[in-house]
Design a protein around this ligand. Structure first.
Ligand code: 13P
Length: 251
């Protein structure tokens, strides 16, 4: 595994079936061949259809936005890793701050979800990040450090090589308030140092660390040019093909 440049979209709970199909088709037809991997993180109901739309395009992959931690069984309304895999999913966004905030997910649970996603041959996109009050108290590294250790430190080196990390400061999500490139770089460098301590230099160098939080076409280039920022996890701007494609060409 090597470090990849990634532009990942997280549609969140947006786009009905037809809108999602149109957006995926527009992204697929507008994407230029490049080394950048484009990932579309769509609601579950789109996955199978969109996997058909992108199947011949090697640099677009599909992500789900969550996954249940158990194999199968009586969990009404939930979706398993096996189901995702069978619909053509390659990546699964896990631990997003909205799942932490509205669905009570914590890193102990997220660790289990990471395990099952890896078990089924998919790659987790593990989200971490601090709230505003934590940043203002100067405790952001401490908090993100705890998140990363609890969710990832139990993995083997081989498993860690398949994890993508997304640093998403909660205060920058959907607020139009982006972290400065320096703030992003500092945290990404810190996260990489944590990966280095536990898994070694080679794994740390190969780990893709994305920044998320109000990434837009006009700020993507500056963020992505930071040495430890390997791309973005994009919410709002991934819902417009033109903006998302512009972000994907900002490396
Ligand atoms: P916005 O790009 O809308 O701020 O969302 C970021 C995000 O949460 C991606 O997962």
């Amino acid at each position: 595994m090597e470090r990849k440049l990634i532009a990942a979209g997280n549609w969140k709970m947006n786009m009905d079936y037809n809108e999602g199909r149109d957006l995926a088709q527009a992204v697929a037809s507008g994407l230029q061949p490049s080394d950048v991997l484009v990932i579309m993180g769509t609601p579950y109901v789109h996955l199978k259809n969109i996997s058909g739309i992108i199947k011949d395009i090697s640099n677009i992959k599909l992500a789900a936005q969550n996954c249940h931690q158990e194999e199968n069984g009586a969990y009404t309304g939930e979706i398993s890793a096996a189901m995702l895999k069978s619909c053509g999913v390659d990546f699964v966004i896990l631990g997003h701050s909205e799942r932490r905030e509205y669905f009570g997910e914590a890193d102990e649970l997220i660790a289990k979800k990471i395990d099952i996603v890896l078990k089924y041959g998919m790659q987790p996109i593990y989200c971490c990040g601090e709230k505003l009050e934590v940043r203002e108290a100067g405790k952001h590294e401490e908090l993100v450090g705890e998140q990363v250790k609890t969710a990832l430190y139990h993995l083997t080196k081989e498993q860690m090589q398949r994890v993508v990390i997304a640093y998403e400061p909660v205060w920058a999500i959907g607020t139009g308030k982006t972290a400065t490139p320096q703030q992003a770089q500092d945290m990404h460098e810190y996260i990489r140092s944590l990966i280095r301590k536990k898994f070694g230099q080679e794994v740390a160098d190969a780990t893709t660390i994305l920044y998320g939080g109000s990434v837009k076409p006009d700020n993507a280039q500056e963020l992505f040019s930071q040495p430890d920022v390997d791309g973005g996890l994009v919410g709002g701007a991934s819902l417009k093909a033109k903006d998302f494609l512009a972000i994907a060409s900002s490396f």
